[in-house]
Design a protein around this ligand. Structure first.
Ligand code: GAL
Length: 509
């Protein structure tokens, strides 16, 4: 088994080298503890804190609209310096304008309230890549399947705002299958179901945008969608133009009623991808052929920002049949695909099940699966975040219990997923039912320990050969807020199916 050596690159004369408890270390440690505590406090209290993506991609000459997710006591005063020419800061604190030519543009946003102030640098990359960090949002399929409507989607958007999810970086509200009218219009343009969406999709998109969020839609590379609605095949141009006119920000493109071969799949995804690219709007392209043709090798070439690695997820921790993918089987498959993930090109492990408790119409397999425990949902969230999957919740956001909110809205875990290095976690250990993953971060590393066994287990890093961890980090347990001064001297106790996630923040001398 390859051994993993963590390179902490501490200078030889480091004050910290082998001297953990010196005074300077303690001071830094206490400072970091302070900033961590503030991220765990109530979302509308305390000084402003930025969340979500700070590296954002747009296509050249397409409209830009950026809402800055910030927690902290309201009101918050926002100022922006260095905005590209002709872009503007709006009343609601968002920035809008038109993307220029290919290139990098940086600006700084400062946020101030009665209790403090902070600033965040934003990097805008105008080019071919969108989703430079994994998309955060919600999708209608798992729980609601065909029962979607304008009213319900607006309520979900409201819930995303009112729960605080938006201010932690969640952005996309994605309509899945069954938004369609029985037929296209006489010119071949797509139409929504008039009973479900009486005011049309543009009206819905305007509403969603007015909340600082983005709207996604669903279609299929076959003549029909998987739910037998009209598909996109042969209508790519008119669909992309219509989506752009509606103000759509993301398209999930499925693969039912389409030829089996990889060649055909690649060609069909490329046709739709190109149509989106030429639509005049930056529309994220989500490739959903269930990982059957190794899309990690070709989906990016069709302009895909992410691709499903498996068939549909089911609300079950572990299940032997491959047609029904469990949390564990998706994890095992996707951890092998690490080298294909990079900013703007992600392995999609399918929607989050957190809070579904077996109630998802699609994911319970007609009541066969009763759902996960909260400990398992927490593991699922931790591992999807570590492996840089898109994080698309699918529960009814209007009725989340406290456990679901806690799991979906952990600022530190979300920051690990949104880290701008965009490195998918690497599995560094698999022993006695414990799997350990390590994800390099811009300011340190994140480590996750998963107990796959049905009994409580203890784990210590001293059990790992060649795991060299110097002590130049502050170490924080993402889920319970515990701080550790050393990994070497700590034994971690893991409940059955529990995942402990540690964020190790590099300390500067
Ligand atoms: C499946 C897809 C699901 C959902 C469904 C809609 O193929 O994997 O996520 O979109 O189709 O019919």
């Amino acid at each position: 088994m390859p051994k993993y050596r963590l390179n902490l690159s501490i200078p030889k004369n480091s004050l910290f080298k082998n001297r953990m408890y010196n005074f300077k270390f303690l001071l830094l440690f206490i400072t970091a503890m302070g900033s961590f505590t503030s991220s765990f406090s109530q979302l509308n209290e305390g000084p402003p804190v930025f969340h979500g993506a700070s590296v954002i991609g747009y296509r050249p000459h397409t409209p830009v609209s950026i809402y800055f997710p910030i927690t902290g006591q309201r009101p918050i005063d926002i100022k922006v310096t260095g905005l590209p020419q002709d872009w503007q800061l709006n009343q609601d604190g968002s920035v809008s304008g038109m993307a220029g030519d290919i290139g990098s543009y940086n600006f700084t946003v400062s946020a101030k309230n009665e209790t403090g102030q902070t600033a965040q640098e934003y990097h805008i990359e105008i080019g071919d890549k969108l989703c430079l960090t994994p998309p955060l949002g919600w999708n209608s399929w798992n729980v609601f399947t065909k029962n979607i409507s304008e009213k319900m989607i607006m309520e979900i958007a409201d819930a995303m705002v009112n729960s605080g999810m938006r201010d932690l970086g969640y952005q996309y509200i994605n309509l899945d299958d069954f938004w369609h009218a029985p037929m296209r219009d006489a010119q071949g343009a797509p139409l929504p179901d008039p009973a479900k969406f009486p005011n049309g999709i543009k009206h819905l998109a305007d509403y969603v945008h007015s909340k600082g969020l983005k709207l996604g839609i669903y279609s299929c590379a076959g003549k029909m969608t998987c739910g037998e609605q009209f598909g996109g095949y042969g209508y790519e141009e008119i669909d992309a133009k219509t989506y752009a006119a509606w103000g759509i920000d993301l398209l999930k493109y499925d693969y039912c009623y389409a030829p089996w071969s990889k060649k055909a799949a690649l060609a069909r995804y490329a046709t739709m991808g190109n149509a989106l690219k030429n639509s005049g709007r930056s529309i994220v392209f989500s490739v959903c052929e269930w990982g059957l043709r190794k899309p990690w090798k070709w989906a990016e070439s069709t302009t895909g920002s992410y691709w499903r690695t498996t068939p549909d997820i089911f609300d079950v921790w572990q299940f032997p049949a491959l047609a029904q993918y469990s949390v564990m089987s998706i994890l095992k498959k996707t951890e092998k695909l690490e080298k294909y993930a990079s900013p703007g090109a992600w392995n999609d492990m399918d929607m989050l099940l957190v809070g579904n408790y077996g109630k998802g119409k699609a994911t319970s397999a007609n009541g066969m699966f009763k759902g996960l425990t909260d400990t398992e949902y927490q593991s699922h969230m931790s591992l999807w975040a570590m492996l840089n999957s898109p994080l698309l919740a699918s529960s009814d956001l209007r009725n989340m219990n406290e456990a679901t909110k806690k799991i979906l809205m952990n600022p530190t875990l979300l920051s690990i997923n949104q880290d701008k290095l965009g490195k998918q976690a690497h599995r560094i250990e698999k022993k006695k039912g414990i799997r350990v993953y390590l994800k390099p971060l811009q300011d340190g590393v994140a480590i996750a320990m998963l107990n796959t066994k049905n009994n409580t287990q203890e784990f210590a890093f001293t059990e790992m050969n060649n795991f060299d961890l110097n002590e130049n980090y502050t170490i924080i347990d993402v889920w319970n807020g515990n701080k550790y001064s050393s990994l070497k001297n700590t034994k971690f106790t893991l409940a059955p199916h529990e995942t402990i996630v540690l964020k190790l923040i590099r300390t500067n001398e």
